[in-house]
Write a protein that binds this ligand. Structure first.
Ligand SMILES: Nc1ncnc2c1ncn2[C@@H]1O[C@H](COP(=O)(O)OP(=O)(O)OP(=O)(O)O)[C@@H](O)[C@H]1O
Ligand SMILES: [Mg+2]
Length: 516
């Protein structure tokens, strides 16, 4: 090879975009090109020191030297390309493929090798894997949501039937009757059953029906009062920021979140103790601890529930949001509480953090995004509903048992009821009786004309029609969509006579009929 050819080869060596190395029979890297230096973050001087044994080989060089040593020990063996994943000196990751070949030059072994930098490609692969894992998880959640929704619908209609019959029997008996206690037991079982479907819906990121601008401080006051009344051994201390930013939330679901957290705190303090409930306006930053990557930085409210209870070790903590994970021995603990809290909070685009240690109490923090517009206060008109005589209702319900029960329940508390067994029938009745009807109670899920379509037809007949939506389950967003179109309330089956009467009163006294 003449001088010119050598210069040509040297130029190729210098400008090659992949790393090139030459190692001697002692597996010392004696020559490497600039691309190699850049990949491993090393310099010719450092490389020489490593080769001379006066400096230690970093992680990357050590891997390469091992490979060269293998070649020299068995030069005949063909070796497949080697994937190396190492950390560079500056801490950044490096992924490369190494192709090496042993060569005998005049009785002395050498190893020549190429290294290709595939760090970018490897990172992209990892990201793709993560995205597809997230996709699978989302699909799984969607399937669970559909399943939970289907069960919730049928289950709640059944419970409605039981609850309704019990309500009617109780109205027929005086409170001192010897069967009253058994009837109360049935009611409790119904309540527990519907609580269970609510938890499952929460976990399945479903069941968000009535989203309204909400002042969370009100919710806390209510939850604390309700809770404090029955659990006197726990002291509740409230530190509430005023004014607290408004959030968009389903109040029923948020009640469920607070109750789950409070009950857990109470159960963690068998000897009594203190729960601190705190609210604060916070700005979540990129580096706020616990912020998941999909929660955008910005304005949030933060609700803290801190107890002085038994706390948790790290192992327990890692599993608390799993459905059906429980450490409690009581029969009523299902382990759905926190998984439901997690689902509801996620479904409201928030996130939750937990800090705990064995014997050191536990602190949960729930972050919920603040909404932009100020709260809308519906002007309450002077108690229209309370002063009026009997109310005339149009009940639209396709489930036979529910229809019969609800009709009787309403009649028993003195209301006049038109019953429609389908959307089409409801439209026909409303057309004839619109002046007599004060309120329509509309089931959302019906064959034929759906609740949503029925609502639109009623609205077309009378833009000021007052509608209370009812359902055992509704697809997320579906109830909200109808609410947004001017429906005045939502009631979840199963409901008792008192709950229904309360909703009816609330709607009829909530001001003038909406503008058409
Ligand atoms: N405040 C707390 N202090 C200590 N441990 C807690 C606390 N909150 C939750 N845990 C732990 O997390 C587990 C799961 O809680 P989760 O609310 O999901 O279910 P549960 O309370 O066991 O049952 P359920 O809520 O259905 O009655 C609990 O069993 C408990 O071990
Ligand atoms: Mg619980």
């Amino acid at each position: 090879m003449n001088e010119n050819q050598l210069r040509l080869l040297r130029t190729l060596f210098d400008i090659a975009p992949c790393g090139i190395l030459i190692a001697d029979s002692d597996a010392r890297i004696v020559k490497a090109n600039p691309a190699f230096m850049a990949m491993f973050g090393t310099t010719p001087a450092e490389l020489a020191q490593v080769a001379a044994g006066t400096a230690p080989a970093g992680e990357g060089l050590a891997v390469l030297m091992r490979r060269c040593r293998d070649h020299i020990a068995a030069p005949e063996t063909q070796r497949a390309a080697l994937r190396v994943e190492v950390t560079r000196k500056d801490g950044s990751p490096f992924v490369g493929t190494v192709c090496t070949q042993a060569i005998d030059l005049g009785g002395r072994m050498w190893v020549a090798g190429f290294i290709q930098d595939i760090t970018g490609q490897a990172l992209m692969e990892k990201e793709r894997e993560l995205i597809s894992a997230q996709g699978r998880q989302a699909q799984k959640m969607e399937a669970i949501g559909t399943l939970a929704g289907g069960i919730a619908h049928d289950f709640n209609n059944l419970l409605m039937g039981i609850q309704g019959n019990v309500s009617l029997i109780m109205l027929n008996k005086d409170p001192g009757h010897r069967d009253a206690v058994y009837l109360k037991n049935i009611e409790r079982a119904v309540a527990r059953g519907s609580e269970l479907t609510r938890q499952v819906l929460g976990f399945a990121r479903s069941g968000k029906y009535e989203v309204r601008p909400t002042d969370f401080n009100h919710l806390i006051e209510r939850a604390a009062a309700l809770f404090g009344r029955s659990r006197k051994e726990v002291t509740i201390r409230k530190i509430l920021q005023e004014p607290l930013w408004t959030i968009e939330a389903d109040a029923d679901q948020m009640d469920q979140v607070m109750l789950n957290l409070l009950v857990n705190a109470w159960e963690a303090m068998p000897g009594g103790g203190e729960v601190v409930l705190e609210t604060a306006n916070v700005t979540v930053e990129e580096n706020t601890p616990g912020r998941p990557p999909d929660a955008p930085p910005g304005r949030y409210i933060c609700i803290t529930v801190a107890d002085t209870g038994v706390g948790m070790d790290a192992q327990t903590q890692a599993r608390i949001f799993e459905p059906f994970f429980t450490t409690k021995k009581t029969g009523s603990a299902t382990g759905l509480g926190l998984s439901s809290v997690f689902g509801v909070v996620q479904n409201h685009h928030g996130f939750i953090t937990v800090r705990s240690g064995k014997g050191r109490g536990t602190t949960f923090r729930v972050y919920l995004p603040a909404s932009a517009p100020p709260p809308v206060h519906r002007a309450a008109a002077p108690g229209a509903g309370n002063s009026r005589g009997p109310i005339t209702l149009l009940l639209v319900e396709d489930e036979e048992m529910v229809a019969a029960i609800a009709e009787q329940m309403l009649a028993r508390v003195g209301h006049r009821v038109f019953l429609a067994r389908s959307g089409a029938e409801a439209v026909a009745i409303y057309q004839e009786q619109r002046d007599a009807i004060d309120l329509v109670i509309l089931d959302m899920i019906m064959p034929g004309l759906s609740g949503a379509d029925t609502f639109d037809r009623l609205k077309a007949i009378d833009p000021a029609v007052r509608v209370l939506l009812s359902s055992g389950y509704s697809l997320d967003g579906q109830a909200q969509e109808i609410m947004d179109r001017g429906c005045l309330g939502f009631i979840q089956k199963p409901f008792s006579i008192e709950q229904l009467s309360q909703k009816i009163r609330a709607i009829l006294s909530a001001g003038e009929r909406p503008p058409g």
